[in-house]
Design a protein. Structure first.
Length: 385
């Protein structure tokens, strides 16, 4: 079994290995009091942190999430649904109507004018046909003639003029510049380069190699000995171990404080359960539940049934009393006004023809003219109606 697979002799709250092989007994003796002091300082902070985390989680689960869902539902009911309905039922049809109206007022007239007026007039009356005739009859022969003149006369003359201008410009500008560059500037440049190299570059190179390089090396060695080496030694021997110890102490103290905080929380939860939760549960299951069932079955249910029966009895008594009062009122009205007789049909007109079929006023007058089927209204009937 290799070394990596072997279990570490240190706990999870400690470092996996020693920081440096140079740690001795003094470092180990100082490490334990430092960790104890850091644990005493970190433990209240960790307990307060755990309390805040638990309170935040409980607040989020009990208050913030239901409140957020309620606000979301309220916003949905008050804003989203009316806005969607308004957009679909009012704004969309209104927008379509306005778009159609704008197209009908501003687009379609101009499209019709362009398509059916401007294009035909321009094509057949103003531009296309006249311009086509002008191009075919005038511009094409004129262009052919100008092309023949250019190819026959102007092109040879242009080539001769271009050659003459090229020779003149070359003789005036190119040959003098080439002569000056080759016979004047090039020797001057070579001489200036030789003087700069021998008078400036060589002395500066000698001074850099013989003077500045040893001086720079000495300055670097002095700074290294007086500044870098002490700083590196202090950092490697003092600051780095102290920093590592402090970080390790804080990490271990935070973990141990977490264990202690969780243990205290479990103890408080156990104490609260045994002092409040368990008695309350026992009282609810052993006292409140049987009492509630007894009240529901022995008191509430009979009282409810008795109330329902009393209500039915009261409604029946009220119904019988109303029927009795109604019958007594009808009997009193019969005693005062008598029995109501059936209404006999009366004729508004007293003509003899309408009374031919009457039982009480039968007549056999053959000279009576038949009356109309619809009796006209008399003055008395008009006044009565």
């Amino acid at each position: 079994m290799d070394q990596e697979s072997q279990p570490s002799p240190y706990g999870k709250h400690q470092a996996p290995a020693r920081y440096e092989p140079g740690d001795g007994c003094l470092t180990t003796l100082i490490r334990i009091p430092v960790r104890i002091v850091v644990l005493v300082l970190v433990l209240p902070v960790r307990m307060v942190w755990d309390v805040l985390v638990a309170g935040a989680r409980a607040t989020d689960r009990i208050l913030l999430r239901p409140l957020g869902r309620a606000l979301a539902r309220l916003l949905d009911v008050l804003i989203a649904i009316p806005a969607v309905w308004l957009y679909r039922s009012a704004l969309t049809p209104l927008g379509h109507a306005l778009l159609w109206l704008a197209a009908a007022v501003f687009v379609w007239p101009w499209v019709g004018l362009w398509r059916y007026v401007v294009v035909p007039v321009a094509h057949y009356g103003i531009f296309a046909v006249p311009l086509g005739w002008f191009y075919a009859a005038v511009l094409t022969p004129l262009g052919h003639g100008l092309g023949w003149i250019g190819r026959t006369l102007l092109a040879p003359a242009g080539r001769g003029i271009a050659l003459a201008l090229k020779w003149v410009l070359t003789a005036l500008f190119v040959w003098p510049v080439v002569g000056v560059w080759r016979y004047v500037l090039t020797p001057l440049g070579h001489a200036f380069t030789w003087m700069a190299h021998n008078l400036v570059v060589l002395p500066l190179t000698w001074a850099y190699r013989q003077l500045l390089t040893p001086l720079g090396h000495g300055t670097v060695w002095l700074l290294t000995v007086l500044l870098v080496v002490p700083v590196v030694w202090v950092y490697g021997r003092v600051l780095a171990p102290v920093g590592r110890e402090i970080l390790a102490a804080f990490a271990m103290a935070w973990r141990i404080a977490g264990f202690i905080s969780r243990a205290v929380g479990r103890a408080l939860a156990w104490l609260a359960w045994n002092l409040v939760g368990a008695p309350a549960t026992w009282a609810y299951r052993s006292v409140c539940t049987p009492v509630g069932h007894f009240v529901r079955d022995q008191v509430w249910a009979p009282a409810r049934r008795a109330a329902l029966e009393a209500g039915r009895t009261a409604r029946g008594a009220l119904r019988a009393a109303r029927e009795t009062v109604r019958q007594a009122r009808r009997d009193a009205w019969r005693a005062l006004a008598g029995e109501r007789r059936a209404a006999e049909p009366r004729e508004l007109d007293g003509s003899a023809a309408r009374r031919l079929g009457s039982e009480h006023h039968a007549t056999t007058d053959p000279s009576a003219a038949p009356a109309p089927e619809i009796s006209p209204l008399t003055a008395q009937a008009v006044k009565r109606g």
